[in-house]
Write a protein that binds this ligand. Structure first.
Ligand SMILES: Nc1ncnc2c1ncn2[C@@H]1O[C@H](COP(=O)(O)OP(=O)(O)OP(=O)(O)O)[C@@H](O)[C@H]1O
Length: 262
């Protein structure tokens, strides 16, 4: 569904990504992990269109989207959430989610004039119904009228996810969905991500620092280190990789115990 082909990204003299290639298969939960500064956010930004790779290509659903603008990528079915929340603090939860669906509304100004008589009203109603379905699914009914800015961090993360889901993306990019959450909120979020994947059929590409969550819910994991791909595979394979243990888990010596002289 998504392919990064030899992607490199430089900021002046800084090499944020060097020759990174990977594919996300339709229907899977794919995670990118790596230490701070490894290039995870840079990779997600190349996919969402915020950054353009210095070299390489990004393919989505068979089409080369390397030069496609971010809003057009969203219309093609690529959704995302942000590491730092990007909600409208003074707007209600409901309005924040409605904003997410705006580009899906077909009616423009003229059809808006005939709002009370014609298709625009029907469209608006269908639109609201769908938003309510998302609110139910994400279990945020009780805060639908609350101002987004007044909510706890964990709830705002949930609302942000709802807004991204409201675009009905085929693939959703989640940038640290559990950051700043307590254990219970993390478990809820992990369940929600799995439900989005299994019940709603969304393909998930996630960056997350919490290794436990990543290993629990991912089908496959890619490890970045200093902007390069270190390895990729099923969670158990990745966890067993000696360099991952050294680089990411901070093990001083990942050699098996029997190889260490007494
Ligand atoms: N806009 C930018 N301008 C200059 N350098 C940047 C920019 N964005 C990222 N970098 C650099 O690129 C490298 C990779 O950063 P990136 O944020 O992608 O890493 P990360 O793995 O997401 O880190 P973290 O886990 O801390 O979020 C770092 O050296 C960073 O300083």
């Amino acid at each position: 569904m998504l392919r990064a082909d030899s992607v490199s990204l430089r900021f002046g003299g800084i090499r944020a990504l060097t020759d990174v290639s990977f594919s996300v298969r339709r229907g899977e939960v794919f995670s990118i992990i790596g230490p701070n500064g490894a290039g995870k956010t840079s990779m997600v930004n190349c996919i969402s269109g915020r950054y353009r790779p210095t070299e390489g290509r990004i393919l989505f659903d068979g089409a080369d989207i390397t030069r496609v603008r971010p809003n057009r990528r969203a219309a093609l079915g690529l959704g995302r959430t942000f590491q730092n929340l990007a909600l409208f603090g003074h707007m209600s939860v409901l309005d924040n989610i409605m904003v997410g669906r705006h580009h899906l509304l077909k009616s423009g100004f003229l059809s808006g004039m005939t709002y009370w008589f014609g298709g625009a009203q029907r469209e608006e109603l269908a639109h609201r119904r769908e938003v309510e379905e998302i609110i139910d699914f994400l279990q945020i009914q009780h805060i639908r009228k609350a101002q987004a800015g007044t909510l706890s961090y964990g709830l705002r993360k949930r609302v942000e996810l709802a807004r991204a889901v409201a675009l009905r993306p085929k693939l959703i990019l989640l940038d640290e969905p559990m950051a700043g959450m307590n254990l219970e909120e993390k478990e809820d979020m992990a369940r929600t991500i799995l439900d989005l994947n299994e019940e709603w059929g969304m393909t998930i590409l996630m960056i997350e620092h919490d290794m436990g969550v990543v290993m629990d819910i991912s089908n496959r994991v890619m490890v970045l280190d200093f902007g390069r791909k270190l390895t990729e595979g099923a969670p158990a394979e990745v966890m067993a990789h000696p360099e991952v243990r050294r680089a990411y888990l901070g093990e001083a010596d990942a050699a098996p115990a029997e190889a260490i002289p007494a």
